[in-house]
Design a protein around this ligand. Structure first.
Ligand code: GLU
Length: 586
């Protein structure tokens, strides 16, 4: 018999000396409304919309188009995203899927070489026309505006702040300059990209220089005038198809029919209770909600107390992520093509079943009554390990994408993660139209079948949406939004949001500390810690005793988050010190 045993901590707590990142985020505070995005210009544009009587939906739309200008390699009209919206008047949370779709010409083996091995990820698989999915961002935001817009702004008017910046030019930030420098070779391969992002001498724009995006201004103006049809079938659509089909590298076969067929889908919101809080995030085709919530439901079996971050907790946080990731790799894909047991994966019953896969007996002893229970749990674990071993496809990602968190005066909340996948997506700008096309199809598993020839759920296929890890989330307390959070980071997004929620709810850290605290990520193959966190050798040596392989990685994520304190009525906002995020409210 199992029972819920209070988790009394006896282990030596190895404190993190001066622990966190050098730079600590400062939380902005406000009483009525808050916007947090990856760039101050997007935050300010959204805030202006709110101040003029627009709502969180309007503001998120304005922010996205400004991000398309100032963070052109991270998200935009050539990509897709997931929009989680709490509509205060209806007291309802809606999750909209604007994920890119594979064209009808996509095939299971599209990313395999002749010898059956996958095309190397960087730069070959992600570059050119083949990995481009049908963009969903524009239709997604049109739907957001239609369903949730305040009526104060037309959809067309919300492009204006972005048009002004694109046409007048904007200052290149250190982060963008770094991305341009990293990606100059890929961008240099394509005329449209070279002309926009590299100067006449072939060097990329540098920090502090002014970049003008006339083409993107033209795109936005034409949509203002003619509506979204011009993108999904008209002049701009033709230019997209042409760019994909005539790519000088890795031609694709997207057609105008593929563009015309694109549809935004409302998905059932996936939510679970966690220690009395309700957490809502994006369900399939994102693996965000199910993986985050499965990990939290397993963690909920343990009693985690607020304390300094220590190796024991870091190991436990990572172990539960590992288990949830094993299930993710096994089950998650496009729900229109694969049956996904979402409710089961995030149930308490499943958490009890899967907690046995924790490798370290020290954790299991805290949960099981006597030593025989632990022994049979470990035996069970051995079986589970065999059954659930992931297919061996390593998660690959890039430090990209963008997250927008907004709460408005009416209490509406927007949690919107938006992407073109890799930094500068496919590397291709639609010539003359100033936007980068995504490479979202590389989120499909490149090997479409397991060792026995059975199709894996995330195999490429015609009309399919690749599995995502984006995890735009809203945490509720007593029915009201408490936390709005999300991040870029490829498949490390899920662990990043998991860390944020655990630090805020279990460790009860203030928002600025939680966002700066070191992150511990497990995506199935290793416990990853941030090299920038300067963990002590003692901490790492204690961490290594918990049976997970250790791996250091660079900064993880670029979180934009809001915390609403209902007792003091203060709203806190903070951007990640790992990026250039900016929070402001009123
Ligand atoms: N393409 C990724 C996903 O949808 C997000 C891109 C990233 O952050 O690297 O999961």
């Amino acid at each position: 018999m199992t029972f819920r045993n209070p988790f009394v901590v006896f282990a030596v707590s190895l404190l993190l000396a001066a622990s966190l990142l050098n730079q600590i985020a400062d939380a902005a505070t406000a009483n009525k409304a808050m916007v947090v995005t990856a760039d101050d210009r997007a935050t300010k544009a959204a805030l202006e919309v709110l101040r003029a009587g627009g709502n969180a939906a309007d503001a998120a739309i304005a922010a996205q188009w400004v991000l398309n200008v100032v963070e052109p390699g991270s998200s935009g009209i050539g990509g897709g995203g997931f929009f989680v919206y709490y509509d205060a008047a209806a007291d309802q949370t809606v999750t909209l899927d604007g994920r890119e779709k594979a064209p009808m010409s996509a095939a299971p083996g599209m990313f395999l070489r002749e010898d059956g091995t996958p095309v190397p990820f960087y730069p070959d698989r992600i570059t050119g026309g083949l990995p481009v999915g049908v963009p969903g961002a524009l239709k997604l935001l049109e739907e957001v505006h239609r369903r949730f817009g305040s009526g104060k702004y037309s959809f067309a008017a919300l492009f204006q702040p972005a048009i002004d910046l694109a046409e007048n030019g904007f200052t290149v930030t250190p982060r963008l300059a770094g991305f341009l420098d990293d990606e100059k070779d890929r961008l240099g391969r394509f005329d449209g990209s070279r002309r926009l992002f590299l100067k006449a001498d072939g060097t990329p724009y540098r920090e502090g220089e002014t970049l003008i995006m006339t083409g993107l201004g033209k795109t936005f103006r034409l949509i203002q005038k003619e509506g979204t049809g011009v993108f999904y079938g008209g002049q701009i659509g033709k230019a997209i198809v042409d760019t994909v089909q005539t790519a000088v590298f890795n031609r694709g076969s997207m057609t105008l029919e593929d563009l015309a067929a694109y549809e935004v889908v409302e998905r059932a919101a996936v939510s679970a209770d966690y220690r009395g809080f309700k957490i809502v995030s994006m369900g399939p085709p994102s693996s965000g909600a199910t993986t985050l919530l499965e990990a939290l439901k397993i963690l909920e079996l343990f009693d985690v107390r607020p304390r300094e971050i220590n190796a024991e907790d870091a190991a436990l946080f990572s172990a539960v992520q590992r288990i949830a990731f094993e299930d993710r790799n096994k089950w998650l894909g496009d729900p229109d093509f694969t049956e996904i047991p979402a409710a089961r994966l995030i149930s308490e019953a499943h958490a009890w079943e899967r907690v046995r896969a924790i490798r370290d007996g020290r954790f299991l002893k805290k949960l099981f009554e006597d030593v025989n229970d632990v022994l049979s749990a470990l035996e069970e674990q051995a079986k589970m390990e065999k059954l659930t071993r992931p297919s061996g496809i390593a998660a690959e990602d890039s430090p990209n994408t963008s997250h927008i968190s907004i709460v408005d005066e009416q209490g509406n909340a927007a949690s919107f993660t938006t992407t073109i996948e890799a930094v500068f997506g496919s590397g291709m700008v639609v010539e003359g139209w100033g936007f980068v096309l995504n490479n979202e199809l590389t989120d499909f598993d490149p090997i479409p079948a397991d060792g026995e020839g059975r199709a894996v759920p995330n195999a490429p296929g015609p009309g399919k949406r690749p599995r995502s890890s984006m995890t735009p989330a809203i945490v509720f307390k007593d029915g009201k939004p408490l936390i709005i959070v999300g991040s870029p980071g490829g498949s490390a997004i899920i662990g990043t949001v998991f860390n944020m929620i655990v630090y805020l709810l279990d460790y009860q850290m203030p928002l600025d500390k939680a966002i700066a605290a070191p992150r511990f990520i497990h995506r199935g193959d290793a416990l990853e810690y941030e090299s920038s966190a300067n963990l002590s050798p003692e901490f790492l040596s204690e961490l290594s005793t918990y049976g997970e392989a250790l791996r250091s990685r660079r900064l993880t994520g670029n979180v934009q988050a809001i915390y609403i304190d209902s007792t003091t009525r203060l709203i806190y906002g903070a951007g990640d010190p790992r990026g250039e995020g900016f929070a402001e409210g009123y």
